[in-house]
Design a protein around this ligand. Sequence first.
Ligand code: MN
Length: 278
Amino acid sequence: MLADLRSKYPLHNYERSALIMRDLRVVKSQTEIELTKKACAITKDAFERVLKFTKPGVTEYEIEAEIIHEFTRQRATGHAYNPIIASGKNAIVLHYIDNNQVCNDGDVILFDFGAEYANYNADMSRSIPVNGRFTKRQRDVYDAVLRVMKAAKEMLVEGTIWNEYHDEVGKVMTDELIGLGLLTRHDVEKQDPKIPAYKKYFMHGTSHHLGLDVHDFASRYKPFEVGNILTCEPGIYIPAEGLGIRLENNILITKGGNVDLMADIPLEAEHIEEIMNS
Ligand SMILES: [Mn+2]
C-alpha cells in the first residue's frame, strides 16, 4: 500500500503514525470510559443470566448461547473475543474455545468472555461451581486467586512500572501456592529467577491494556498513567486436580487510585453461590 501511495502521491511525506497513536489510545477519554462501562454492564447481565442458568448436565455451548442472547438483546456488537466456557479439566487449556462439553456435577467452569459495545471491549473472567457449591478445595483455590487479584488491583495505580508490577504479583502468588501445598519453600529457594516456580501454576500475565483492542496497544516501558484501563486477571491452574480458576476485572486508573469498572459483578464465592441457589 505504501509503495502504491508513494508512486501516486510522490510529493507527500510519509511517517509512521503508530508512535503517536500508541500514546493517544492508551489514555482514555471520558467517552471511551463510558463506552467501556457500558460493555462491562452488558457483560454483567450476561454473567448473572449464566449464574441462574448453569446446573449439572448443561453444555458449554448452551451457556455460550445464553451469553450471546444477552449481548444481542442489549445491542452489543458481539463478543469482544472468542468466549471461553471451560468446565472441569478444560479450564487447564488456556485458550479453550471448543465449548462443546457437558458440565458435570462437582466441576468448576472457567468463563472468560466480554461484550463489545461501540468498538470498546469488556474482558471478564469468572469461575463458578457447576452445582452451585464449591468443594472445600475449590473454595481454597478460589479464595487464593481472589486474594492475589485484590493485592494486584492495589498496585494498578499511576506510576507503576510494568515489570515491577508483574514481579510483585508473582511474589504474592508464590505465597498463595505455598499455602495451597502446590509449592514448597524449597522449590522457591532453588527456583531460576528467570522462570519463577509459580509459573508452573500461573503461566500468563496478570494484566494487559484494554480499549479498542482487547489486548490494547501500549508501551511496556511507560509507567501506568491516569486514564489507562487494564485487566487484572490472576489464575491458578492445577492439571492433576482438573481445576483451573481465573478471576478478571477491568480497572481504570484515576488520580490517586483506581476504579474497578466491574465492581458490581458478583465475585466473592459466597455471593456466587447465593445467586446460583436463589
Ligand atoms: Mn484478559
